[in-house]
Design a binder for this molecule. Sequence first.
Ligand SMILES: Cc1ncc(COP(=O)(O)OP(=O)(O)O)c(N)n1
Ligand SMILES: Cc1nc(C(=O)O)sc1CCOP(=O)(O)O
Ligand SMILES: [Mg+2]
Length: 228
Amino acid sequence: MSGEQRRRRLADARLYLCTDARRERGDLAEFVAAALRGGVDIVQLRDKGGASGPLEAAAELAALEVIAECCAEYGALLAVNDRADLALASGADVLHLGQGDLPVSWARRVIGDEPVIGRSTHDPAQAGAAATQAGVDYFCTGPCWPTPTKPGRAAPGLDLVRDTARRQRDAASPRPWFAIGGIDRARLDEVLAAGAERVVVVRAITEAEDPEAAARSLAEPLRAAALT
Ligand SMILES: Cc1ncc(COP(=O)(O)OP(=O)(O)O)c(N)n1
Ligand SMILES: Cc1nc(C(=O)O)sc1CCOP(=O)(O)O
Ligand SMILES: [Mg+2]
């Protein structure tokens, strides 16, 4: 996919899923396919190890291959977390970088201009920088609520979503941005009311008994809100 096609899909994206490699369950392909049927637009492999220990590069690439096949079937974007080398090796559409990860200009040296780069932000200054920094295509703001998926990270809450929405409404060249952290169906309306149009979720889909239904319950209101 060209860089232009990737950026068009990013502009249309509303629901972004981060998942681990589901090593304990062994159902990665089935799980990702279900989430995509439910309306997920971007799938990121984010496997920080947990009880199974760190995911080695070869195992991460194998999991990325599985996700890539599902994403290709549903026209979704494949995202790699943290590692520019694995984004390049896997041919991923997206590389996501946090504040402590590789600087964007260095990541661009590794992956070139075609893949999309996203950044995490946790306060108005970081969000303001990511909204204009060269080489960045989208950014995320959060956590909206404290979340066990990212223990120890203080939550700026919905104030950061409101602030970002206001600034991006007034921006000459607004960038796609996503709210993240503690978001589920019960909280989605609050996040939309605060001004977000796109969200990232982990547990709301990874821990759901029916991942397709869980994804659909988020994707439908996000799409409906985008039409109003
Ligand atoms: C889409 C998306 N948004 C935010 C994050 C968090 O990135 P980071 O702050 O680098 O933390 P880790 O996920 O690496 O623990 C993300 N991964 N994806
Ligand atoms: C991975 C991550 N990054 C965050 C940030 O604020 O940058 S919050 C977060 C975890 C989101 O998980 P859940 O949907 O399960 O709460
Ligand atoms: Mg990171």
